[in-house]
Design a protein around this ligand. Structure first.
Ligand SMILES: C[S@@+](CC[C@H](N)C(=O)[O-])C[C@H]1O[C@@H](n2cnc3c(N)ncnc32)[C@H](O)[C@@H]1O
Ligand SMILES: *[C@@H]1O[C@H](CO)[C@@H](O)[C@H](O)[C@H]1NC(C)=O
Ligand SMILES: *[C@@H]1O[C@H](CO)[C@@H](O)[C@H](O)[C@H]1NC(C)=O
Length: 350
């Protein structure tokens, strides 16, 4: 606090109005530059005196002055990450008041400069947690959202119920391969859903596909680093394909027990209201579901009629307006032999 209340800091904060607010002017990148240079000069001058807590407050103030959302969290995550912790709360108490090295400060500054350009903190750090996995994040591959953990939970819960309801003692159940589901995920992004299912249902087979090559690559990368920790059968289970459109290539993998997807489901007209973080950095094809948000949902339901076992289920994360629309659409497509089963709200009540 003392260092940050020094004239240096005040100079900087006074100058910030010249730098921002970010997001208002299309020329923000160039306007930010003088300020960044100043930061570098001044922090290198004071290198020995800046501690973790001071630096967190400092960058929080810079973010706030530049209109960056979640200023405090952004600052905490970046500083903690450079110090090798996931959160500010899990930093060693002793490191809170230890002066940071010049290298650490420079690294923090480089990451904060990205955040100042509205890059989502997940891309800035290059990794993010989904349930108990730590996954690599790379723009423009979709960043997993916390509500999608609920979707995974539903499938795991249903699978446990199905296994418990099956006949036979525990030994027989463990041996019965038919009790371990074959799961197809459409639109795997970073692999969050597919890998989380594999770690929670280690005997299942998961086939993950995405139309974006960057997503298939990232899922494969995350499978290699994460599954090694969680399970043995990884590489033989995970197939990666490219497009829902060419479902024929999936036939050899079928029939499947479960199709799961967090498809692009944002109504096209709502796309412009999304935050700058999303619009500038994430693949918009991962979000835009067309005029009624149903474009990929319909493809998945058609795919399901070919690939799903008779008793199989489709789990979809959708917009709150979609359950009714899906119900109606299925009623007008009786040939697909699919029936609507249930709607579950996520932890936000949506
Ligand atoms: C909302 S993201 C979900 C990613 C990941 N499952 C998650 O929850 O974090 C949707 C994903 O579907 C992919 N996608 C969009 N249209 C597709 C299509 N027609 N076939 C296959 N994948 C598609 C996008 O590339 C994107 O990775
Ligand atoms: C950086 O800090 C020095 C003191 O170490 C100060 O004199 C100088 O004005 C600051 N730089 C700028 C560009 O404000
Ligand atoms: C995906 O990985 C392949 C093989 O490593 C590489 O050639 C290709 O450029 C990558 N594609 C993208 C979009 O990252």
């Amino acid at each position: 606090m003392r260092v940050l209340a020094s004239p240096l800091c005040r100079v900087l904060l006074r100058l910030l109005p010249h730098c921002g607010p970010v997001g208002v002017s299309p020329a923000k990148g160039s306007i930010l530059k003088p300020c960044k240079q100043m930061l570098r000069q001044n922090f290198s001058d004071k290198a020995e005196q800046v501690t973790t807590t001071e630096l967190v407050s400092y960058w929080r103030d810079v973010f706030e002055a530049n209109g960056i959302p979640e200023a405090q969290e952004s600052s905490e995550y970046i500083v903690s990450h450079v110090l090798g912790a996931k959160t500010f709360q899990t930093l060693k108490p002793s490191s809170l008041f230890t002066p940071l090295t010049k290298e650490q400060q420079q690294q923090i500054q480089q990451l904060c400069a990205k955040r100042l350009q509205r890059m989502p903190v997940q891309y800035v750090l290059g990794e993010w947690d989904f349930q108990d996995l730590t996954l690599k994040m790379k723009p423009p591959v979709f960043i997993p959202r916390p509500e999608t953990e609920d979707l995974v939970f539903l499938v795991v819960e249903e699978e446990s119920r199905r296994r418990l309801a099956s006949v036979g003692n525990t030994d027989q159940r463990l041996r019965d391969a038919s009790l371990y589901p074959v799961i197809l995920e459409v639109g795997c992004g970073s692999g969050a859903v597919a890998l989380s299912l594999l770690s929670k249902l280690p005997h299942s087979q998961v086939i993950a596909l995405d139309k974006a090559e960057a997503a298939v690559n990232l899922t494969r990368e995350n499978a290699e680093s994460e599954l090694r920790k969680h399970m043995v059968m990884a590489e033989s289970c995970l197939g990666s394909f490219s497009n829902v459109g060419s479902w024929e290539q999936l036939v050899p993998w079928g029939p499947v027990d479960i199709i799961i997807s967090n498809p692009p489901y944002v109504f096209h007209e709502d796309m412009t209201h999304l935050e700058a973080e999303i619009l500038r950095y994430e693949d918009l094809d991962a979000l835009d579901g067309g005029d009624d948000g149903m474009r990929v949902i319909k493809e998945i339901l058609m795919l399901a009629s070919y690939l799903l076992k008779d008793e199989g289920s489709v789990f979809l994360e959708v917009d709150p307006r979609h359950p009714e629309m899906v119900k109606n659409w299925l009623q007008s497509h009786p040939d697909l032999l699919l029936s609507f089963s249930a709607t579950h709200k996520d932890f936000c009540g949506k």
